[in-house]
Design a protein around this ligand. Structure first.
Ligand code: F6R
Length: 246
């Protein structure tokens, strides 16, 4: 594993964008695995700026996102499709038909998951998977206890996640209770993994995930078994990493 420490969120975002950009330059028709959440926003902003300057061309790039809420339409401002359009896709020349996110509107969860697995397989797998890290060690919506061998599946959101999300919705009845997520198996099959972490509140889980035991209790700990992981974090998030790890 390679660990890159940056002074702050801005520089973490620039390094992450550089790695994503290098992937696109080296393989213009690559498959990028993308994430939502607060951590990647800065990297996406940077990629948009480089695109505007003419430094990157996304015309042949394909993307697969980690997850989507079950039941939310693409134009719902809380859906992950909406997030990706807002922060990246609508600003660059990626072809809409080349961007893939689990279909939140497919009521048949088995069908939704099979379709998504098929998309990933038909694309030939993921060249570079971008990941954020949940405070409990989750990656995608693979929460503690998730089986390492799963592909795309439907998860029941925990009461804590539903409660945390309720602030974004007009009423608690509108908060999704389930999500479709790429499984750990699919994430582990990505040829390269890029995890980004920022802030002091991530320091303990970063240490647990990369320097603790490999256990489903900390889903991200499975990444210790992947042979091409780059962890990019700011000083606060990497504060508990032993000095000899760099
Ligand atoms: C996002 C995702 C989540 C986030 C994680 C960290 O698609 O699947 O696993 O990466 O919850 O979120 P932030 O970046 O908001 O701390």
């Amino acid at each position: 594993m390679k660990i890159l420490k940056t002074p702050d969120y801005y520089h973490m975002s620039r390094v992450a964008a550089n790695i994503l950009s290098a992937q696109v330059i080296m393989k213009p028709d690559c498959v990028l695995g993308l994430a939502t959440g607060s951590t990647p926003i800065g990297a996406y902003e940077q990629l948009c700026r480089w695109y505007e300057k003419g430094d990157i061309d996304f015309s042949q790039v394909k993307s697969v996102n980690l997850d989507e809420y079950r039941g939310l339409s693409p134009d719902n401002s809380q859906s992950y499709r909406y997030f990706m359009e807002k922060h990246l896709f609508s600003h660059i020349n990626i072809k809409p038909e080349n961007t893939h996110i689990p279909n939140g509107l497919e009521p048949d969860s088995e069908k939704a998951c099979l379709q998504y697995n098929q998309i990933i397989h038909e694309l030939g797998g993921i060249d570079l998977q971008l990941l954020g890290l949940g405070h409990n060690g989750h990656i995608g919506f693979n929460e503690p206890g998730a089986a390492f061998e799963k592909e795309t599946h439907c998860v029941n959101l925990t009461a804590a996640t539903i409660a945390a999300n309720s602030r974004f919705f007009a009423s608690s009845g509108e908060v999704p209770t389930q999500a479709y997520t790429m499984g750990i198996k699919a994430i582990m099959q990505a040829r390269k993994i890029l995890m980004i972490v920022s802030g002091a509140d991530k320091a303990q889980i970063v240490k647990d995930a990369f320097f603790g035991p490999i256990t489903p209790k900390v889903p991200a700990s499975v990444l210790q078994l992947h042979n091409d992981v780059t962890l990019v974090g700011d000083e606060e998030a990497l504060a508990l990493i032993p000095d000899n790890a760099f």
